[in-house]
Design a protein around this ligand. Structure first.
Ligand code: ATP
Ligand code: MG
Length: 138
């Protein structure tokens, strides 16, 4: 069993499609073992996406990620990190495979509906950034 961290992003909470996204997650076999709706602060968003701080899209990304509430989640399952990246689809929905969350729901390369950790180490860091262990019930 492995855990990964997910964010259902502002474009999705705004359009009331968090349930549709959770259906895709659960259909993949992943289990949602923690989730909460939060408003990201600018400083939290900057820290979370600090790896992209030099990118041209950084300021827009922070504005977008703090524009509406998000749902942060812990997902558990076999190969959770890879499984979730696969069902998310490519960053740019135009490049995403059929049936993926981003192909079905993303609006564009920025407003792409979901975030998922890229590695085990990254997942653990991201989970700890948003959740206390007693909020996660596996
Ligand atoms: P995430 O980290 O959110 O799971 P990702 O790993 O697929 O997405 P990254 O390259 O890490 O993509 O980019 C982080 C986020 O920054 C993207 O999900 C998207 O919201 C935004 N982003 C990435 N590239 C661009 C771009 N070229 N223009 C605008 N926004 C972008
Ligand atoms: Mg990323």
């Amino acid at each position: 069993m492995q855990r990964t961290f997910s964010i259902i992003k502002p474009d999705a909470t705004k359009r009331n499609i968090t349930g549709s996204i959770n259906n895709i997650i659960e259909d993949s076999g992943l289990r949602i073992i923690a989730q909460k709706r939060i408003q990201l602060s600018v400083s939290q968003a900057k820290e979370f996406y600090s790896i992209h701080s030099e990118k041209s899209f950084f300021n827009d990304l922070i504005k977008y990620m703090t524009s509406e509430p998000v749902i942060v989640q812990v997902l558990e399952g076999s190969e959770a990190v890879l499984t979730y990246r696969n069902i998310m689809g490519a960053t740019d929905p135009n490049q995403a495979d059929e049936g993926t969350i981003r192909k079905l729901h993303a609006l564009n390369v920025q407003e792409n509906s979901v975030h998922g950790s890229v590695s085990n180490v990254n997942a653990e860091k991201e989970i700890n950034f948003f959740f206390k262990e007693d909020e996660i019930v596996g």
